[in-house]
Design a protein around this ligand. Sequence first.
Ligand SMILES: C[S@@+](CC[C@H](N)C(=O)[O-])C[C@H]1O[C@@H](n2cnc3c(N)ncnc32)[C@H](O)[C@@H]1O
Length: 305
Amino acid sequence: MHNINFSHTPVLLNEVINNLNIQPNGTYIDATVGGAGHAIEIAKKLINGKLFAFDKDPDAISFSKEKLSGYSVALINEDFANMEKFVNEKVDGVLMDLGVSSHQLDNAKRGFSYKKNGPLDMRMSKTGESAKQILNFKSAKEIANILKIYGEERFAFKIANEIVLRRTYKAIETTEDLANIIRGVVPFKFKRQKNPCKKTFQAIRIAVNNEFLNLKKGLNSAFNLLKPKGRLLVISFHSLEDKIVKNFYKDKATGCICSKNFPICVCKNVKKANILNKKPITPNDDEISKNNRAHSAKLRVLEKL
Ligand SMILES: C[S@@+](CC[C@H](N)C(=O)[O-])C[C@H]1O[C@@H](n2cnc3c(N)ncnc32)[C@H](O)[C@@H]1O
C-alpha cells in the first residue's frame, strides 16, 4: 500500500452517487479527488464512461493514482479553477467536495490544524505563499481584513495587532504560536463557547489557497463543461462557502425578472438551470455520529437545462 496515509471518509456518499445520476457510458469530473472516496464509487459505476479527477494537492493525486488504478480515470494535479483547460469534452456531471481532507488536517506537517503543532503552512498545492509568510509580512490591517472577511472573527483587529506586535520579537512559525496568540486575545467568556482558534485558522487557510476566487472560477468552468441535463453537485462546509454556491445556483436558475407590465424583456436574464433540491441535503444523525467532519456539510444539486 502507498506510504501516504490518506484516510478520508467520503461525506454524503449515497446522496452524491444518487444525485449524480451516473450513466455507465457518461463522462464525469471529480473536481476534488482527495482520498478518492467519492471517485472510486463513481468509477465503479462506469462501463465505457470516463472520470476526470482533479486535486491541487500532489499527495492526494499520488494516493488516488494507486487507489484508482484499474479504473478509467484521468488524474490531474491542478486547481479546479482551471478545469476547462484540461477537459476538452462536455460532461454529464461534476462533483466539488470543498475544503480540506482529513489527511491534510491530520498531518501536522501541513500546518492546517490548531489541534496539532506544525509549521504554519496550509498550502494545499504545496506552492505559493504560506500562512507563515502572510502572518509575518502582511500589515495588521491586511491580516485583520482576512480574519474579518474569511472568518467573520469578531476579534479580528485585536488578534491582528497582537500578531504584528509578537512578530517584532520572534517570527510566528508554528500553528501553536498562532493558537497561543489567539487564546491570549479572545476574552474568556468567548473561549468557553467554541474553540477560539477555529475562525482564524479557517480565514488564513482561505486566504492562503485563494479559496473563494477559485470556487467562483471553478463553478463557472464546471457549468460551462456540463451537457444539457448535466448535473453540478457541490458539498460545502461553512456558511461563506455555501453562500457563494447558493448565489451561483440562484443566478443560473433565474429567468426574466422584468415587471409583467413591460412589453419586452430589458433584464436579459435567461434561465439556464434548475435547482433540484430547494433546501440543501445534509447528513443524517447516523453519518454525523460516525464522521464528525460531516456535521456542517451541505450538498446542493443543479441541473443544466
Ligand atoms: C474534502 S476533500 C475531498 C475528499 C474526497 N471527496 C474523498 O472522498 O476523499 C477536498 C479536496 O479538495 C482539494 N481542493 C480544495 N480546493 C481545491 C481547488 N481549488 N482545486 C483543486 N483541488 C482542491 C483539497 O486539496 C482536498 O484534497
